[in-house]
Design a binder for this molecule. Sequence first.
Ligand code: C5P
Length: 241
Amino acid sequence: MTELIVALDVDSLAKEKDLLRGLRDTVTFYKIGLELFTAHGKRAVDLVHQAGARVFLDLKLHDIPRTVAAAVREAQKLGVEAVSLHLLGGADMIRAAAEVSPRPKIWGVSVLTSMSDKDVKAIHPKASLSGLLKSLAKTGWECGADALICSVQDVEDLRRALKFPDVRFVTPGIRPAEAEHGDQKRVATPEAAARLGVDAVVVGRPVVAAPDPLRAAQGILGAMKRAAEHEVPKGARLKLS
Ligand code: C5P
């Protein structure tokens, strides 16, 4: 069953509390990312734990191996369930993070869902999004990452290319069919994620910026449940765009 992780992409503890209160009993896993953690640090994490929910600390670590390992050690002290790092940091950095014990789960960012093939080529003309994605994912999985963060659009390709039967996927860039894409370029519907059996989806604006966040979260959970049971209603068919 695909889990829903709601990204608490807000700038104040008051807004965080409102969301936690509003989504209580429906959402039990939250992402705290750069915005809220820079603003409020540990207090933001503690609020989620006090609400009885779990935390994915999305700091997208990318530094020399010692520094990243030290940050993972500190994340463990915060009691978070998972922390993210950029697989672009390389094999030694990923291994150093994975060797920390005890530690939260390490989720490795492959290519950001806000990046297209054109964006990748602008960084390196000979690189391709799919080539970069596969080599990052392979390195990440072999060096001890517990899950790969990528677009739903990448999942089938990576499963085929990697041939690791137990590889786990966490996918942002989720947009219900009617939702705005914003800065996300490689998006997919919640139904598509559920049908592919990804482990968790990370959803920000479609929930936190919705007029009724609870209704939005319930809609996404319902859509994923129906899709997983192969009962996708007409009009909500798998849409990879
Ligand atoms: O608002 P939206 O649903 O686009 O938010 C997606 C969340 O997932 C954001 O908090 C973003 O930081 C995060 N994320 C992402 N792409 C990645 C990794 C994380 O969009 N590759």
